[in-house]
Ligand binder design. Sequence first.
Ligand code: PMP
Ligand code: GLN
Length: 378
Amino acid sequence: LASKLPSVGTTIFTVMSKLATDVGAINLAQGFPGFNCDPVLVSLVEKYLRSNLNQYAPMAGVPVLRDAIARKTLACYGVGYDPDTEITITSGASEAIFDAVTAVVRPGDEVIVFEPAYDCYVPAIDLNGGVPVYVALSAPDYSIDWPTVADAITDRTRLMIVNTPHNPSGRVWTADDLTQLARLVRDRDIWIVSDEVYEHILFDQRIHHSLMTHPTLRERTFVVGSFGKTFHVTGWKIGYCLAPAAFTTEFRKVHQYLTFSTVTPIQYALADYLSQPDHYRALPDFYQRKRDLFLDSLRDSRFTFTPTEGSFFQTVSYAAITTEPDYDLAVRLTHEIGVASIPVSVFYHQRTDNKILRFCFAKEDADLLRAAERLCSL
Ligand code: PMP
Ligand code: GLN
């Protein structure tokens, strides 16, 4: 069979998690919490599993969950979305990103992607015949060089994919980034997918500047969220997309034939749980303590780093330790010291090896301390 994605292999997250399991390493590679979610949330799911709510949900998602997301969005960002025409529940942010890209991109359309980039964006562009146009985030802070973005825009640019807080670097967009982007896309038919799955995980008093908060961006953006990150339930695969009605109409055309709808009882449980904002409001402190615990324990190592601004990822440079390629080092450390990480070169279309590894600190404190102790031995 001739491959439609010839340059795609098995995703690094699967590769490194399998290796970590095979050799019994501490898995700081794949981004998922190493602890359970709130038992209250589990009880709610149990309640709805035992009730008569185990058949197909409405295609766009159960109304009470769409209403709850509308209320939460208004409370967090002061922006209104109509639950009937502008909010769609999906099987994870991954599905929402694929639906949005598919709804917009035609063969030959150019799509601007900031690198390093989370790995599901480019295959979605490729499968739709789009042409990824890469803009490198500037070293060492992964900021955006807006003149470079302006140069990358052509008459064929149809979409931009934005991710804040950013995976893998943790960088958080500033209000000025929103202004710069709005200036570039205003008066052009350029639409945006904004992947904001780490919206509630920010550090050092930073705030999340959702693209929806800028009027020019709100009217042209598919804002994508996920409950997996926010409620420690990555295995449930429930996400959502907020977009203007005309965009949502096209988005739902893809969604209804890709998955049609998303797991019903969990949607009801999340709707109930969302009425208590304490859970997501506590996340910055919860994760900042873990970030700081991990970084304090790495201070005596030869790794160098700047504390991450958001997400549950920390990138570190190992340039002072070895010149090995990052992929080889990540595999070697998994085998030799039992700590799995992600080599950041995999987030570039042409493996750009800046000698950086990504560690996920959404793990039990004991695992973070044991991993850091081993990393300090290098
Ligand atoms: N976007 C980013 C930046 C991610 O890190 C992830 C992975 N967790 C996703 C999207 C996919 O989220 P989901 O598991 O809800 O599909
Ligand atoms: N988003 C997670 C990460 O960056 C992985 C999700 C997945 O394995 N697809 O580690």
